[in-house]
Write a protein that binds this ligand. Structure first.
Ligand code: PHE
Length: 486
């Protein structure tokens, strides 16, 4: 409709001098006219020139006065013929109406502001309201009035944009439909001879290529795998999300009363609720070490329960994988090993901006004769400096399965402070010796979350933006590749 109106009008007239007036005269929305003019101008049907006009629009306050009247009139009307005490008047009115009303009514010399407020004139007109209504309707208002309303912040300037429009070099009273495809029908009917074809646009951008995109966690994981492999580590199989309490806790010398083994912290399985098999003679050795120690340990001195060890759960750490691997290693003549894993773990935690009930752990361990805490510190320095964290500090910590244990802190240049980046330790003899590992073999190990470094690297401060249903797929598509340590 807008297109017909414009092209039709130009057939008999030189020019549309003002698209705003044209829109009003033809009862067409100006935005629609603007869109059509832009398109016709693009195809050179018309030649459009920008025009701009300064107009005034009402502010929120201006709109309120235009509908309800100005505060000075409200104030005036609230004064009875015999006058009123200031406090009384104040009580009758809204605080802002009272304040502005007093100032304006006094300025207009409508009222006498003594202890008693009285009317000085018989009758007042709401000129402000009338002016605002005129402006709202687009009528022209005198410069002095504009100035006063602007000073009271009742109106604000707005630039109106429109066009003046003339015939263009490709002008026609009706837009020609150009063909974009040569079809079988065109050929059979022979109408291709009359058809006008759309020109090729060789500079048009092609459709974006659809492709898969790696999630940031996968990108960071790949980099970490490369680092472990460069350091000579082998990957452990992490496909058991469901694990028995035995491998997740008991084998790690974690006592059965430990709070982590509560359903508040751990997801236990309802079905199947228990594991089918465990290596019986090893289970006996684990039971003994918990109950009465051995290997130079006093144990915990409690009644170890098999039912507790049988309970299935979603593994709470990948150290469950390490315990299986070390046990398997102990069943054969000893060879030193360097193992790593990066996979999912589960904890029954309240979800917040830094915690999810499922996340990923990075775990590394070295199993060899005669390893010391110095080896652990050395390996951690090597590993973390490859991630770009070369300033490390260690703090004594506690894990049921490691002694000594250390939390790892790294100095973050961007944050200007030390941040915790992992946990580590030397596995206890109470864990290693029942497995059957030779007495002079030690295991140094460490663990950290994959989410933490990923969030730091990608500048994400809410874990729910990284993982789970709230993740913005657009962000995943645009994420840069990951390079660590540069
Ligand atoms: N399993 C520990 C955790 O879940 C990490 C860790 C791994 C600590 C290996 C020491 C040794 O936080």
């Amino acid at each position: 409709m807008a297109e017909e109106a414009i092209l039709g009008y130009l057939q008999h007239n030189q020019e549309i001098s003002d698209s705003g007036r044209f829109a009003a005269e033809h009862g067409i929305d100006h935005d629609e006219i603007v869109n059509v003019v832009k398109s016709l101008n693009g195809f050179r049907y018309v030649d459009a020139q920008d025009i701009k006009r300064e107009t005034w629009i009402l502010t929120e306050e201006g709109k309120a006065y235009a509908s309800a009247g100005s505060p000075e009139v409200h104030l005036f009307l609230a004064i009875p013929p015999g006058g009123i005490a200031k406090e009384e008047l104040q009580k009758k009115l809204d605080p802002s109406v009272y304040k502005i009303g007093c100032a304006q009514a006094a300025k207009n010399k409508w009222v006498e502001m003594g202890k008693l407020v009285t009317r000085k004139v018989q009758h007042v007109d709401d000129k402000v309201k009338a002016l605002l209504l005129q402006i709202e309707e687009g009528k022209v208002v005198g410069q002095d009035d504009i100035k006063a309303l602007k000073a009271r912040k009742l109106i604000a300037p707005q630039t109106w944009k429109g066009y003046s429009v003339k015939k263009g070099p490709n002008y026609a009273p009706k837009r020609k439909k150009v063909a974009t495809d040569l079809t079988r029908d065109n050929l059979q009917r022979g109408d291709w001879k009359e058809l006008e074809f759309k020109e090729y646009n060789f500079t048009a951008k092609g459709l974006p290529v659809e492709s898969g995109h790696l999630h940031p966690l996968l990108k960071v994981r790949k980099q970490l795998k490369d680092i472990f492999c460069q350091m000579g580590f082998e990957e452990m199989p992490t496909n058991k999300f469901v694990e028995s309490s035995f491998w997740n806790f008991d084998a790690l010398f974690q006592p059965q009363q430990h709070p982590a083994r509560d359903s508040h912290d751990t997801f236990f399985l309802e079905a199947p609720s228990t594991t089918k098999e465990l290596p019986e003679d090893y289970v006996d050795r684990v039971k003994n070490v918990h109950e009465s120690g051995g290997y130079g340990s006093r144990g915990y001195g409690y009644d170890w329960k098999r039912e507790e060890a049988n309970k299935n759960l979603l593994r709470t750490h990948t150290t469950a994988v390490s315990s299986r691997m070390l046990y398997a290693l102990a069943q054969k003549p000893f060879v030193p090993k360097k193992y790593f894993s990066i996979d999912r773990v589960f904890r029954n935690e309240a979800v917040d901006r830094t915690h999810l009930a499922e996340f990923h752990q990075i775990e590394g361990l070295i199993c060899d004769r005669g390893l010391t805490l110095g080896d652990l510190i050395g390996v951690l320095n090597d590993f973390f400096s490859r991630l770009g964290m070369s300033k490390l500090r260690f703090k004594p910590a506690y894990n049921p399965y490691t002694e000594p244990s250390m939390e790892i802190f790294s100095y973050h240049e961007g944050f200007g402070k030390w941040v915790e980046v992992g946990n580590s330790g030397m596995f206890r003899p109470e864990m290693l010796l029942p497995m059957g590992l030779p007495a002079d073999v030690s295991v140094i190990a460490w663990g950290l979350s994959l989410e933490r470094p990923t969030m730091i690297l990608y500048g994400i401060d809410n874990i729910r933006d990284l993982f789970g249903p709230k993740v913005d797929i657009g962000l995943i598509k645009k994420n840069p590749i990951c390079r660590l340590g540069i």
